[in-house]
Ligand binder design. Structure first.
Ligand SMILES: C[S@@+](CC[C@H](N)C(=O)[O-])C[C@H]1O[C@@H](n2cnc3c(N)ncnc32)[C@H](O)[C@@H]1O
Length: 222
């Protein structure tokens, strides 16, 4: 198998979950893709993990008494990198809609405090008490057929005032979904519920022939 074929196959799996017709279809693809998801992201050179881990290292000083939610955490790669690359010792919970992805996460040496299967709906209401988390990390889950763009408003409730939301998102290819997400964030910032602290741009899949930009954003819940 040539590299190009491997990349094309990996990209096909990405397209199957993002550019399908319904959220249900997307989730069915994850049931199968979970087996090789981690390898596919390596094949494609996914920049989102590197960027979110870099931003975490830059903005989160306390690596022991910080409680993190890995939202839409999938197979747990972000949590895993927090442990292995930053020696993060604080509590990590993971929430995700797909059981097969979470099963993979549960096999990693992260030591999650909570592993929760939950579908984040339009309201973004999460099954946690308000102000539970110091930091939410959310990589690759605010995309079409995934977490609804409107949910950003509700998920803020579980972040402690002054806590952080680290979010990466595609800056291209997401059409009206991307516009709605940016508008919602703009509104939250103008209502002084969120404050942008930092942002970083990266090539979404550095090893794919179809290159486009994504961004990693650090917001403070005010
Ligand atoms: C592209 S994966 C990203 C996984 C991980 N955060 C990473 O960076 O590797 C997106 C994950 O979001 C989950 N997801 C999609 N829609 C969701 C929703 N509405 N609520 C919770 N999880 C959702 C999917 O099941 C999938 O595991």
């Amino acid at each position: 198998m040539t590299n190009l074929t491997a990349e094309a196959k990996s990209l096909e799996n990405v397209k199957n979950v993002v550019f399908c017709k319904t959220e249900e279809e997307s989730q069915k693809h994850y049931d199968v893709w979970s087996e090789i998801y981690d390898n596919d992201l390596i094949t494609l050179g996914f920049g989102g993990h590197t960027s979110i881990i870099y931003m975490f290292s830059k903005h989160v000083e306390d690596r022991i008494n910080t409680k993190v939610l890995d939202l839409g955490g999938g197979t747990g790669l972000v949590s895993q990198f927090l442990r292995s690359q930053l020696q993060f010792k604080g509590e990590i919970d993971i929430l995700n809609a797909n059981m097969d992805m979470l099963y993979k996460a549960s096999k990693k040496e992260v030591g999650y405090s909570t592993i929760l299967r939950h579908w984040v709906g339009d309201s973004g209401d999460l099954p946690f008490r308000d102000a539970t988390y110091d930091v939410i990390v959310c990589s690759g889950a605010f995309i079409p057929n995934h977490i609804p763009a409107s949910a950003i408003k509700g998920i803020l409730n579980v972040i402690k005032p002054g806590g952080l939301l680290l979010l990466n998102m595609r800056l291209e290819t997401t059409g009206s979904y991307g516009e709605e997400l940016l508008n919602n964030i703009k509104q939250l910032c103008s209502e002084k519920k969120l404050e942008l602290l930092d942002d970083d741009q990266y090539i979404h899949f550095s090893k794919s022939p179809n290159k486009f930009n994504s961004g990693c954003f650090v917001y403070r819940r005010t």
